[in-house]
Design a protein around this ligand. Sequence first.
Ligand SMILES: [Zn+2]
Length: 262
Amino acid sequence: MVGVAETGHAAPKKVLVVTVTKGFRHSSIPTAEKILGQLAQQSGVFEVDYVRNDAEMAQKMTAEALNKYDGVIFANTTGDLPLPDKRAFLDWISSGKGFIGMHSATDTFRGHKPLDPYVEMIGGEFKSHDAVQPEVDCINQDKSHPACKDLPEIFHLKDEIYLLNGFDRSKVHGLLFLNKRPNSDTPGDYPIAWCKEYGKGRVFYTSLGHREDVWDPNTPEDFKRENSKDVSELYQKHILGGIKWALGLEKGDAKPQAAAPR
Ligand SMILES: [Zn+2]
């Protein structure tokens, strides 16, 4: 499938990459920033601008400033971010923009009662995690979706797996899930990646992306690599597909599946 932008006639979409943290700060953030810049450049379908600190957030994420952009990527953000106007930000997404979140994007605005409207937008919030799981088998739920079309039936990797609060399968289109509890054989439904509509906007989230070697086939020398380069290449295809889908560049189903996963 070739997206409109890949014909070379459309201008690249403008995307803000947000990596501000108010809680835990992942060591993989510089890697994530680098890889997202590379994916933008190599694909040619989007351009990135970064929001790395409070001052940049105050400047680039006002209701007015957001109008210059087509989408936003929350790459391992955490905590209650100092958005200039959170309601205006959510309204901007629902007006037809794209929201893409990786890993701790669900550890952002979490722990509030009732659930923060950001959590309703993204589709769930981080509750807890066990130890990094050496053998994760993510089941591919939609081989025809841009975020999953390049992944095998089972995407096998090592990463930290989140348990979630506030997730409702009837409100999302499932993309990846585990059919047993992380680090155990207890059967269950553990969502990993999904997409959904949010007003006229599109939301893509994957909880994968804790480790540097999930993002990057060329990790720094001091990083003890435990995922194969194939894993990073598949992860990059997964997120690039999700980005293209959220930006409206490639089509994919966003309807909740009729039946619960196996
Ligand atoms: Zn993590």
